[in-house]
Ligand binder design. Sequence first.
Ligand code: MRU
Length: 370
Amino acid sequence: MKVHGRHYRTLWPGADGASLEIIDQTRLPHEFAVARLGSLDEVAHAIRTMRVRGAPLIGAAAAYGLCLALRADPSDAALRAAGAALLATRPTAVNLRWAIERMTAWLKPLRTEERAAAAFLRAAEICDEDVAINRGIGDAGLPLIRAAAARKPPGAAVNVLTHCNAGWLATVDVGTATAPIYGAHDAGVKIHVWVDETRPRNQGASLTAWELLNHGVAHTVISDNAGGHLMQHGEVDMVIVGTDRTTAAADVCNKIGTYLKALAARDNGVPFYAAVPSPSIDWRVRDGVREIPIENRPAREVTHIAGRLPDGGVATVALTPEGSAAANPAFDVTPARLVTGLITERGVADASEAGLRRLFPERAGQHRPV
Ligand code: MRU
C-alpha cells in the first residue's frame, strides 16, 4: 500500500543481503519509521515486542528470521534451534508455525551451503503468496459489501465495524479484513468503517485508523465498548475481523474483545464475518476454546499507555493506581456458531467444518486431538 505516495510492503529483505527491513509498528501512528534487523535474535525480539505484528506478518518475519539464522550457521542444529526460538515468540497465531514448518521442510533436504540463499528465495515466495491470498480475500469479500450497499438507501454508506488491525500492516500487503474494504472503496462503493480502538495496545486506533486515513477511506474510531450500542441503533451493516487461528471446525481466535462483538452482532442480527487466509487455519484443532493457546502479555500494556504530547514528543503514562493488579489475555475465541461466514481466498465458507472442507478438500482429516 502507499505511504506518502510511495508503495511499501510491511517488510522486505535488506539490500545488503544480510538483513530484514520492517516498518516499525510500535512507532505508528506518530512516526513512520523503517528498522533494520540483522540477526535471528533481532527478528525474534521484533516479533515479541510487536514491532512487527499481525498473524500473516509474523509468519513472514519468521521466515526471514530463519534466513538470517542460516546465514550465520546453516547446520541442521541451527535450523532446529532457530525454528524453536521463533516459535516461542508468540503462541497464538498459527501462521508462525505454518511458516517455520514450511521453510524447514523446504530447506532441510538441501546441502548446508545451499540453504541460506534458498531460504531468502523461499521467504520471498511466502511474502508473495500472502499478497495473492489477501487479494483473493478481497475478491471474495467484495460481493458481500456490494450486497449490503444494494440494501441501503441510495447514497448511504455501508457501515463496516472492524476490531484490531487486520489491515495491510498485519500482513505483507493489502490486509485480510481490510482487503474487501479497500476493494469496495476503490470500486466506488460508499463505505464507512467503525474502528474499534482495541485496548490495550490500540491497534485499531493507532494502526487501522492510520491505514484507512492514508487510503482515503471514511472511518470513525470508537471505544471498544461502543460497538453494541451502534449495532442496536442500526449503525453497523456488518462486522469483518481478522483471525490469528481458525480451527478446522471454524472457531475463530482473534484479538481480545472480538468475541464480545460477535455476541452483540448475533443479538442484533448483524452479519459477523472473519477474513481467514488459509495459513491461519489450524487443521489440527477443532475446539478453539479448549485447544488454542492464548497469549498472556505484560500487565504494563494495560496499566500504561503511550501517546503524543502537544510538543510532538511521545510519552508513556500510567493509567491505573500503583499496586493494582492487571491481566492481559491478548486473544479470545469466537465459537463458529456466532460467525456468519469465513472469507477465504477460495471464497466465502460457511462457518463450519463442512463449510471449510468444501473449500479446502485436500486438508480434511488432519485433526489431532490434544
Ligand atoms: O496482537 P496482534 O496485534 O498481533 O493481533 C493481531 C490480530 O488479532 C489480527 O486481527 C490478526 O492477526 C489478523 S491480521 C490479518
